[in-house]
Design a protein. Sequence first.
Length: 354
Amino acid sequence: MTVTTQRLIPSEFERSSSVDELWYTRCPVPTASGIALDLGLLRDEFAKSGIVLKSIRDSDDPRVNISHFDHSLPGLFREGGNIPAIWARSEGRDTVTVALTWIDEYQAIVVRADSDIHSLADLRGRKIGLPRQHGQRIDFARAMSLHGIESGLSVAGIQLAENELVDITSNQPTFAVAAGVANGRFHELEADALVRGDVDAIYVKGAPGLGTVAAHGLRSLINLAEQPDPLRHVNNGNPRPVTVDRRTAQERPDLVARYLAVLLRASHWAAGHPAEVFGIIGKEVGRTADEARAAYGADAPHRFGLDLSEIRRQGLASQKDFLLRHGFIAKDFDVTGWINPEPLALAHELLRQG
């Protein structure tokens, strides 16, 4: 594949504050960052200024690694699930959201093939499995599953309190869980409990979730991605915030704009290269390109765009409210004040300048 690189910021936009390295992290899911990194666009853009772009995954320092979840590292750009980002902001990390992405994915409540449950209404009063990971700063897997279950049950007018929620416990460290997403093992503990008959239903998502369904011969009761109201799709993956520490955004808005402009260019490239995109997504999630297409939809290459539209803002606020309501975050905060639209506006201007 051939990608043309270009200088995105004229010299007059450069700021005096010296920066010689930046950090990045993204979740093993479809992201504009993943596309840009695979193409080498981010590396090439910042190398022109002598800035080294580093992945926190490559560091041997656990204090750097954990920044994927607690955003404690200065000069870190993060694109990924919103649950850790919201938790970090609630805990007082001075970050800003500079863009939001939204790529719908398979999100389902599933049962065994031989189950007597044939509709969502049949779930009332049944046992639903929920992962619980001990020793986590934020149990994102549990929050994600609970939100998916609550959203699915609400379609049938069922309240969470009408069901028995059964803990399925994991003692894996956070990064082992994250690696499990990448190599396709996510949801396996819940699936095992379902197959054994310990629970009647579980929540699964994405290409790993579809893989779990296929591997165990499970049956889907609902795919939330097919619901007409996009706010029913809201979960850890929708919307995904692009965040950076506030100091970097304030002192070097030019660098933040350049980063976002590269992501925008990657999203434009993706729209014209669907076959390559599904290959990249497949590598990210540890599945084949065909499985990625099935999980994220044939139009996924056209949905990597960044914006701060009202529906995405609403989705982010509703996710924060969900996490607060269920005790996953302890402190409330103003989502509107967390969003800084200026770097994205500048990034669009840079692209218009060519």
